[in-house]
Ligand binder design. Structure first.
Ligand code: SAM
Length: 706
């Protein structure tokens, strides 16, 4: 590593705010001078949903979603990640490239969740034109359209840049591809770097070569092997002559990480394109340990925030993918995306190197995937993902480490879900190829305008191995309109709408059913269970009731505990008998000198004359209520209560606070207020022994019994 690289970590870093004052000349220093080290610039590739810095400056945000894609405007800067800057061609609707990432993520409510990397919700309230302008200026250098646009170098003529470690080395680049469809010149091409063709490339960009390229070769096979790019690297050449080194990776592979590191180290790229989008930026932000921790903790808060951000159907699908990924992460004990984190760290060691987020935004992919499936296929997909949760065998672990996980899953599902392969693989191949094109064009522009550069520009792409063939096929053949087609979010189909409505209805029914079943059981309401607060008179007599000697009145009733006003004491329970039987029984009791227990309830309707009589006799069948004596100033009130049947129950409530042990009494006349005397005919002459100050001297009696 050269001295410039060694010092990169200690050099001051330009913040986004600082960049507002950055001038063209300082940019040249940033990119041109190896001694002025801005450690990386991260960029993103595909603009969707209206994001386009230049257009925002022109206040043209009213464009439709489909019109908003503006790949020709090049790489867009995204928030600063530590000391590295990011750009994208694809950004979420409310994405603000000027916002500070740490602030943005801390406000998102899910910023600490690396698996839910899609939860970045940038704050666009502080968006300012000047910031965007300066951001743009700091990224883009006006290119000379007259130069370097038309020359297409053949792969045999191109050489990779010499490494900083050994600028004199003779570089042997092995270009391989597993895909049969690749162009012949891209297959198994071995390129021997020479000083002359490197000089040719350097010359194309007017680069003052600061390193002395040598034509010497190293005869030591081990050294030669070390100097070779990994076999997973495929080399492409842009129409501007910029070399793009595509590293095909597996997301859980340590070897892939080593391949990425070696490729960046050897080629010293101006731009590293990674298969990520802004929504998955946390994969770079968090370390492996944090991601592993998070994989164990896919909790309700994350579920809630995902549904909130992505909507019910798309959110549910995304959660299933996240949860599958978390399951694999737990099973493998390895966090996915290690190759991207490695690329990010290695890029920081290359002065002026930027990271470019080249993938299509995940929400667009999910939208399109769902739109491509029929209702039945959607249901089957959810089922399929739910079932793929078993423990992973050792063989599967190895497979995951060697292949792109997504590719693996899709391969399995392609037969059943052919549209998924198109949306997840082919369409993204197109977007990634386009991102490579943009990155290569950006690197070429920079090289042409910056005379201080000492190395020909190169680009490194870090993508799943399953995307390499497709990217190679599409590279420099993708037009803006091609990409625009796969960036649009199709309108909801009738089937999708039906699914959404069904889901919402099911949810509403579930909530309703829950309220009906769970709440009543818990609280005793609605279902009127045993604990129902309305069951005042159905729980039997109050505890503590005792028979007592009531002197001349015979037996009486009391309670050994205090009774609060309004308390239900007991029912005056007995047989409900007809008037004739009532009269017969009354006559028999009077004749034998026994106490009278028959209670004649007279309920009036409208006028005094209209009434219903109910006779209740506890003489043979009843409860303790039958021992309650009469008082002209009673402490209980008798109330007819109907529960379930039309026959009233005679219920006794405390009409005032009753001390423990006091005799319980009610007015046999039934009045709420004590009567002033007894009307004619309403007494059988039995003397009252209540001893109250308002005693009427005789016991009330319903004349219908006489
Ligand atoms: C429903 S019973 C009450 C219990 C009754 N004391 C007993 O020993 O079974 C009603 C009878 O009690 C007696 N009684 C109740 N209250 C009375 C009062 N204030 N004065 C005199 N006798 C009373 C009368 O004999 C009356 O017919």
């Amino acid at each position: 590593m050269d001295k410039a690289d060694e010092s990169s970590d200690v050099m001051p870093v330009t913040s986004l705010d600082d960049e507002q004052q950055t001038t063209q000349s300082t940019q040249r220093e940033e990119y041109g001078s190896p001694n002025n080290l801005i450690s990386g610039l991260i960029q993103v590739s595909h603009a969707t949903d209206g994001y386009s810095p230049a257009r925002q400056l022109e206040s043209s945000l009213n464009e439709s979603v489909n019109d908003s894609y503006a790949p020709s405007e090049g790489l867009m800067k995204v928030p600063q990640l530590e000391s590295t800057r990011i750009s994208t061609t694809c950004a979420p609707e409310d994405f603000d490239p000027g916002a500070d990432l740490s602030k943005v993520q801390s406000e998102s409510g899910d910023s600490q969740n690396p698996l839910n990397a899609g939860f970045v919700k940038p704050d666009n309230t502080n968006q300012s034109s000047s910031k965007l302008t300066s951001s743009e200026n700091s990224v883009f250098v006006e290119s000379d359209s007259e130069t370097g646009q038309s020359q297409q170098l053949e792969s045999e003529d191109n050489i990779p840049a010499a490494t900083a470690e050994d600028p004199n080395m003779d570089l042997n680049v092995s270009v391989t591809s597993e895909n049969e469809d690749l162009c012949e010149e891209e297959k198994n091409t071995s390129v021997s770097a020479t000083a002359s063709n490197q000089a040719q490339q350097a010359d194309q960009f007017n680069i003052q070569q600061g390193v002395n390229l040598s034509e010497t070769t190293n005869s030591d096979p081990e050294v030669e092997q070390l100097m070779k790019l990994p076999e997973t690297v495929t080399q492409l050449t842009s129409k501007d002559g910029v070399k793009v080194f595509l590293v095909g990776t597996a997301h859980f592979s340590q070897e892939s990480q080593e391949d990425v590191a070696k490729t960046i180290l050897m080629t010293r790229p101006r731009v590293v394109v990674v298969e990520l989008c802004v929504s998955r930026l946390n994969i770079l932000r968090f370390d492996e340990k944090t991601i592993l921790e998070e994989a164990k903790n896919l909790n309700m808060e994350k579920v809630r925030s995902t549904i909130k951000q992505y909507g019910a159907v798309q959110g549910a699908l995304y959660l299933l993918f996240l949860s599958t990924s978390a399951h694999l992460t737990r099973q493998l004990g390895m966090a996915p995306g290690g190759e991207f984190r490695r690329a990010y760290h290695e890029a920081r060691n290359v002065p002026g190197c930027r990271i470019h987020l080249g993938d299509r935004p995940i929400h667009v992919t999910l939208h399109r995937a769902l739109a491509a499936l029929s209702l039945w296929q959607k249901a089957k997909l959810v089922w399929h993902l739910l079932l793929s949760r078993g423990p992973i065998s050792a063989e599967e672990v190895e497979r995951c480490k060697q292949k792109d996980l997504l590719e693996e899953m899709l391969e399995e599902m392609t037969g059943e879900f052919p549209p998924l392969s198109r949306v997840f693989v082919q369409e993204r191949d197109l977007c990634l190829a386009h991102s490579m094109q943009l990155a290569a064009a950006d690197a070429a522009k920079e090289a042409r305008s910056n005379t201080q550069l000492t190395e020909p520009p190169t680009v490194v792409g870090v993508v799943g191995i399953g995307h390499v063939a497709g990217i190679s096929r599409y590279f420099e053949k993708v037009s803006e309109s091609d990409v625009k087609k796969v960036m649009s979010v199709p309108p909801q189909t009738a089937a999708s709408r039906f699914l959404v409505v069904s889901l919402k209805l099911s949810l509403a029914c579930l909530v309703g059913y829950g309220c009906y079943k769970v709440i009543p059981k818990t609280l005793g309401y609605f279902q009127c269970g045993a604990q129902c607060a309305n069951r005042l008179v159905q729980k039997g007599p109050h505890s503590g009731l005792q028979l007592m000697d009531a002197g001349p009145k015979g037996t009486g009733l009391r309670c050994d505990v205090q009774l609060a006003r309004g308390t239900f004491v007991c029912e005056y329970a007995g047989e409900v008998i007809g008037a004739e039987e009532a009269r017969r029984r009354y006559g028999a009791q009077k004749e034998s000198g026994r106490p009278n227990y028959i209670f004649a309830l007279r309920e009036h309707f409208g006028t005094d004359d209209a009434s219903v009589l109910t006779y209740i006799d506890p003489t043979y069948i009843g409860n303790v209520g039958r021992y309650i004596n009469h008082s002209c100033d009673p402490n209980l009130l008798i109330v007819p209560v109907r529960t379930d049947t039309a026959v009233p129950k005679l219920c006794l409530f405390a009409r005032r606070n009753i001390p423990a042990g006091a005799e319980l009494t009610f007015d046999y006349g039934g009045g709420v207020e004590p009567l002033q005397g007894v009307p004619d005919g309403w007494s059988d002459g039995t003397a009252c022994r209540c001893n109250s100050s308002v005693c009427r001297r005789v016991l009330p009696f319903d004349y219908s019994l006489g």
